[in-house]
Ligand binder design. Structure first.
Ligand code: B12
Length: 157
C-alpha cells in the first residue's frame, strides 16, 4: 500500500472510520497539539473524542471505559511526556479490560528536544504500542495508521 509522505495529503488510509480517543497526560496543559491530532484523524475519517489537557491517569482510564475506543492517541509537548506517559501506560496495562487497547504516544516527550535521548524504547517497554517523537515528523504516524487495520479487525463494530 502506498502511504502519503506529506501530512498535507488527507487521502484516507486503511485505518478509517474508527473511534479514537485523543488526550494529553496529567501535567501537560498544551492544547493545540491535541487540536492538530483531532483534525488530522477526523480528516482521515475517524470519530474522535478529544479528552483535553491535564488529564489525570484515573480519569483517562475511566474515559476509556466510557468510550470503548479502538485506539487511544496520547500527545505531550511540555517535556514531561516520557515520565507521565510511562506511569500512565503501566497503570492502564494493569487493567485486564484495557490491557489490549491500542495506545500510542507522541510529541516532544523529553526536555532536551531533538538533541536529547530518544524515549521510544522505554515507552515501548512500559506498554505503548508505538511512539512518535516530534523530530520524525507526522509521516510515520500516518504510515502506522494505514498499517493498523489488520490488528484492529477484531475491534471493528
Ligand atoms: C503555546 C505554548 C504554550 C502555551 C500553551 C497554550 C495552549 N492552550 O496550548 C502555554 C503558555 C500555556 C505554555 C506553557 C508551557 N510551556 Co509551552 N509552548 C507553547 C509553544 C509556543 C507552541 C505550542 C503549540 O501550540 N504548537 C502548535 C501545535 C500544533 O504543535 P506542537 O505542539 O508542536 O505539536 C506538533 C508535534 O509535536 C506533533 N505531535 C504532538 N503530539 C503528538 C502526538 C502524536 C501521536 C503524533 C504522531 C504527533 C504529535 O504534532 C504536532 C504538529 O506537528 C511551544 C513552542 C513551539 N514553538 O512549539 C512551547 C513549548 C511546547 N512549551 C514548552 C514549555 C517548557 C512550557 C512550560 C513548561 C513553560 C513553563 N516553564 O511554565 C509550560 C508547561 C505548562 C504545562 N503544565 O504543560 C517547551 C517544551 C520543551 C520540550 N518539550 O522540550 C516548548 C517547546 C517551548 C520551548 N522551546 O522551550 N506553552
Amino acid at each position: 500500500m502506498s502511504v502519503p509522505a506529506s501530512s498535507h495529503d488527507a487521502a484516507p488510509t486503511a485505518f478509517s472510520g474508527r473511534r479514537v480517543l485523543v488526550s494529553s497526560v496529567s501535567s501537560d496543559s498544551h492544547t493545540w497539539n491535541l487540536v492538530f491530532l483531532q483534525l488530522l484523524l477526523e480528516d482521515l475519517g475517524h470519530e474522535v473524542t478529544n479528552i483535553g489537557a491535564c488529564v489525570p491517569d484515573e480519569l483517562l482510564i475511566a474515559e476509556c471505559r466510557r468510550h470503548r475506543p479502538d485506539m487511544m492517541v496520547i500527545s505531550s509537548v511540555n517535556g514531561h511526556g516520557a515520565l507521565d506517559g510511562s506511569r500512565l501506560i503501566r497503570r492502564l496495562r494493569q487493567e485486564p479490560d484495557l490491557s489490549d487497547l491500542k495506545v500510542v504516544i507522541g510529541g516532544k516527550l523529553g526536555i532536551r528536544g531533538a538533541d536529547g535521548d530518544s524515549h521510544s524504547q522505554n515507552l515501548l517497554e512500559a506498554g505503548f504500542d508505538a511512539v512518535f517523537e516530534d523530530a520524525a515528523g507526522i509521516a510515520p504516524f500516518r504510515r502506522y495508521l494505514a498499517a493498523a487495520t489488520p490488528a484492529l479487525e477484531g475491534a471493528a463494530r
